[in-house]
Design a protein around this ligand. Structure first.
Ligand code: PLP
Length: 413
């Protein structure tokens, strides 16, 4: 089911007209659907059937408190990559036991806070980090639960910036080095080995790379078990792709079924989906400011820019852009560009659309890595975020003001 659909000739978010929400909250604007978020979470959860499992939503995809809170109410856990995300999860109603902490550059302060909070597990990305966690655990007289993030050296066949499971990437420890590190962790006084972790990349459109990774990780688990270690969970990371263009990604059902074909019945499986829960639950709404047809190209200048939604500029990502209330002005090929002073500031190029000034457009599948990657570049205020629940709309982050931006700065005396 699509929670953003046209009724009476105009785009709706659940039961609300997007055009009315744009009037009420202004543009540019992020709009999320509660039902879409919950449904995607449930699709993953249900796909596991009675296989022991936990879902740790990857907070970095969309860390709005309301989004985290809805997922916490569904029973989701959370994969975090910073102390800031730890605080967000706790404020959103998650508990420390719902949290796994990934990331290659955890600071002492972040580790101290997470050990003190009693999080579920650290996904450890290097030998030095393991030492640091042991040290901090001893200082606090607390035992820290750990899994090693292993790098299975598989090609996720995705964009190089979001491929993480190759030997040449900065993530995890080489799978060949893992047994020695596990031995060390098992002997450490203030570490408790819980599991094995991997995460091979994002926006994966095929299941083959997951199968390769899971087989390599299971071979490691066998070896660790033979050496007398008890591995209590397998964390297979996130990364399932979503539909931006024509290519259709595997469903949560196919993805989970494929993983479970390889995993022993009694081995608990953790996954960390981010994009595949949040992306299709959100749209980015922007308004046409000016139409500027030229000899070379036709520019539609819109009020949303690369600072609001950077995926097209950063990765050359293609996202569908649709008119909110289609009409039949002349169709042309448009480049949809923002007000930011960079030629790389575009939301889409060569889009065939019938446009007039003041038209509203929606960029689809913008619920993940949209607002979360927004910045104040060009001193632009970051957009508002609104969550729709059937026929109600909640402002879950108000639009920034210039006062918000300036508050942290000061002039010399
Ligand atoms: C980013 C990330 C995820 C989530 O990736 P998605 O592509 O959004 O599903 C999961 N685990 C780790 C360790 C990550 O860094």
């Amino acid at each position: 089911m699509d929670y953003f659909s046209w009724q009476d000739g105009t785009l709706h978010a659940e039961e609300m007209r997007v055009s009315e929400l744009a009037e009420r909250f202004g543009t540019p604007l992020y709009l999320y659907s509660r039902a879409a978020l919950e449904r995607r979470y449930q699709a993953f959860d249900e796909a596991f059937g009675d296989h022991p499992h936990r879902i740790f939503y990857a907070v970095k995809a969309n860390s709005n408190l309301a989004v985290l809170n809805l997922l916490a109410r569904q029973g989701s856990g959370f994969d975090i990559v910073s102390g800031g995300e730890l605080e967000r999860v706790l404020r959103a109603g998650g508990t420390p036991d719902d949290i796994v902490f990934s990331g290659v550059g955890k600071t002492d302060e972040e580790i101290e806070t997470a050990v003190r909070a009693g999080i579920h597990c650290f996904n450890v990305e290097s030998a030095e980090e393991l030492d640091r966690i042991q040290h901090i655990g001893r200082e606090q007289d607390r035992v820290a639960p750990v899994a090693l993030r292993v790098n299975p050296d598989v090609d996720a066949r995705t964009h190089p910036y979001i491929s993480t499971g190759l030997r040449e990437n900065k993530f995890g420890v080489a799978i060949e080095d893992a047994p020695a590190l596990y031995k060390k962790a098992a002997k450490a006084s203030h570490l408790e080995v819980l599991g094995v972790d991997c995460h091979i990349g994002s926006q994966l459109m095929e299941l083959g790379p997951y199968e390769d990774a899971v087989q390599r990780v299971l071979a490691l688990v066998d070896r660790l078990t033979q050496e007398g270690m008890v591995i209590r969970h397998l964390d297979l990371g996130g990364g399932l792709g979503v539909q931006y263009e024509n290519q259709v990604p595997p469903t949560p059902e196919d993805y989970v079924a494929t993983l479970l074909r390889h995993v022993p019945r009694d081995m608990p499986v953790h996954i960390e989906p981010g994009r595949s829960i949040a992306a299709e639950a959100g749209i980015f709404v922007t308004r046409v400011l000016y139409l500027k047809p030229t000899d070379q190209r036709n520019f539609a200048i819109v009020d949303g820019a690369m600072n609001d939604l950077i995926r097209p500029s950063l990765y050359g990502a293609w996202q569908e852009i649709v008119p909110i209330t289609p009409h039949d002005a002349d169709c042309r090929q448009w480049d949809l560009v923002g007000p930011v002073c960079e030629t790389g500031d575009f939301l889409g190029k060569d889009r065939t659309l019938a446009l007039e000034a003041e038209d509203l457009l929606a960029v689809r599948a913008a619920g993940a890595y949209g607002f979360a990657m927004a910045s104040n570049y060009n001193a632009r205020n970051r957009p508002a975020e609104v969550l729709v629940d059937e026929d109600q709309a909640f402002l879950v982050r108000r639009r920034e003001t210039i006062e918000d931006q300036l508050q942290l700065e000061s002039r010399l005396p």
